[in-house]
Design a protein. Sequence first.
Length: 444
Amino acid sequence: MSAATPAASAKAPPQPTPPRPISPQLGPTCDGWPRASPRGGLAIASAIAALCVAFALGGCDEVAPPANAAANAATPSLTVETISPRVQVLAREVKASGAIAAWEEIAVGAEVAGLRVTEVRVEVGDTVRRGDVLLRLDARTLRARAAQSEAAVAQAEANAEVAAKRARRTRELALQHFVSQQDADQAQAEAASAQAQLRTMRSGLDAAKVELDFTEIRAPQDGVVSARSVQPGQVTGADGELLRLIRDRRLEWRAELSEAELIRIAPGMPVRLSGPDGVAVEGRVRQVAPALDPRRRTGVVYVDLPLPGPMRAGMFASGAIELGSAPSLTIPLAAVVQRDGRAYAYVVEGGNRARARRILTAAVAGDYVDVREGLRASDRVIARGAGFLGDGDVVRVVDTGRGGAAASNKYSRGSAASGTPSRGAAASSTHRRGTADASSSTVR
């Protein structure tokens, strides 16, 4: 039994080996084990190589920056010309606006109420002289009153004459003791009363004549008729306005100014207005309001217009009040940059860096502007093209050009050697204000 067992075991067949899985990127080998395919090997090698390159580059960046980084940081962003602010004598003025009004407007009415208008002799726009008849009223009633007053005066004169004669005779008789002194005094009192009655009647006659004169309404002053509100047949009232006159055809401009500007104005200063047809109208300050409007904090300046020209009462006009001339620090208008409603000028400081300075501007004279605050006479101000700069930009400064060579290149961004492309080439033509430098302009 023991010998058969090994024979049986020797004849037993061997167990089969299970197949091994094959990867899509691995091919079978002759011994059954997978091997790498050519495509998979290339992918792995490429990944390893890219990883090595990335680590190498990262290490290089940390150790040493590119050699041209400092050069790019110091590359000028714009080639500019600089100028120094100039001290010039400029005419200073205050801009204002206001209404054109009559210097003195006269309302003409009837001094006698209840009379009918029989004739109107003027129209709007007519020029009248003092004493000219403007209109007439029905005078029949007042003529009758005047005639009645004349009759009363004649009666009073007769009574006064009789009383005076009686008083003289009575006084003579009293001296001869033919009548008592009391009778003489009585006769004298009656004569005085008659004289008083005569004066009363004469005053009534004068009043009747004045009322009769009121039936012809006359111009109180020279002027022009600006309004008419009466028609023939209309019955006049006690306080009704019939006509309106502008005295002497004289107009004035009433300019409204803030409290800060009002204190700079004085009577006699010249004023220049712009008429509706573009023609300048000259005037002069007549009076400055002594008080301001408490709600708006503005005051009125009254300006006489001796020759108003096309100006008419009721128009609204703008003008300038000339304060006089004074030395001012000026720069060209092209050097001023407007940003967010504020004015700036760019000044070149140490390291050729452009720094923005906020400035306060005033009057504009030709191509120059008066700078009140923000600049000094020793500053180097960028003449043109500052709108392309930012605060702190490095610029290349050239001498103030006398021709167009420097000016034509002052908007190029960078230099040819740096290879930096130009920026704002199209916009620079808009801001270019000519090739002549600032010193060749004149101030009017």
